[in-house]
Ligand binder design. Sequence first.
Ligand SMILES: Nc1ncnc2c1ncn2[C@@H]1O[C@H](COP(=O)(O)OP(=O)(O)O)[C@@H](O)[C@H]1O
Ligand SMILES: [Mg+2]
Length: 347
Amino acid sequence: MDNDSRLFEYAGQFRILRQVARGGMATVYEAEQLGPAGFTKQIALKIIHDRYARQPEWLQLFIDEAKLSADLVHGNIVQIYQLGQMDAEFFIAMEFIKGVTLRALIDRHRQLGRPMGPALAAYIASRVCRALDFAHNFVDRRGRRLDIVHRDVSPGNVLLTWDGHVKLGDFGIAKAKTMADPAAQRPLMMGKKHYMSPEQILGGQVDWRSDVFTMGIVLFELFALRPLFTEDETNAAIDEVVVAPIPDVARYIPDIDPALEALFRAALSKSPERRPSAADFGRVLDQFCVLHREPGSPERLQAHLAELFPDSYSPPTEQAPTAGAGGQTAPSERSRPSLVRRLLGLK
Ligand SMILES: Nc1ncnc2c1ncn2[C@@H]1O[C@H](COP(=O)(O)OP(=O)(O)O)[C@@H](O)[C@H]1O
Ligand SMILES: [Mg+2]
């Protein structure tokens, strides 16, 4: 019998296994959804902290997060299953992502003093762009465009599965045009100031183009392994995004490709009209990989995560053991290039 004290039943239908992360507003747990005849499904539970649940404005944000993302079913978005309530407590059940955050991947590279490589950086960013493009252009069941803006795109909200997929999560302060917006009065209380567009940090009207600016910030960090904006004091933080000229990214990214430099300039433009759509942002990155004959792929990211996180790496598939082989193998190691070449009719 399992008598581990960390296991406890929740809301009559879940078993909480462990705490994954404790954020400002909510705690995320790894859990199992329970069903009849021993049915279980691995899920994540995000439970809003008591003190926020008691304030209608914050509770509404949490409820909106679930309602807004419930039908955003896309391969690059963390899928929401349910908004639930237990007594006064509200929770969101969602797809459990086994892997690491993009924050952890960037930090690991920084620790090792090793760049991520343009192909991998472009692959990750292009998948986040697909998620954003889907949210930006999403139409609900009644055919209404919701004009969703995520507003909190940052490395901590991008999750990477061990098998190399990229998923955007945390629609906690995302907004559809149909919703009231508590961030309008207090822009700096919501979202992360180093990942805000000029219009967002000033508390102005934001639309999809604000997320595109933020993607430019995230892309910079993937390439440079350092944050683009760093000022902590509020006025200085506003200054560096709104007033200071766009930083010269080439100074921090040695040998940057001219196409990427142009992409940075467009995405980080202070005028929203000059920024590309999320879809075009992603296309430029994909094309960049094709031109350099280095397409990113889930297999590649998986192999990379296996190498960088050897202690925690645990993908959902396992290669059948071969004589002498032990432990987990990433897909690139499982490949038989000679057989692949023969099947393609190559020598
Ligand atoms: N579905 C999930 N599966 C696994 N881990 C998750 C999941 N959702 C969130 N997390 C982890 O919890 C952290 C906080 O979750 P997030 O939704 O970003 O909430 P917050 O509003 O606190 O930032 C994430 O950075 C990630 O490490
Ligand atoms: Mg978050």
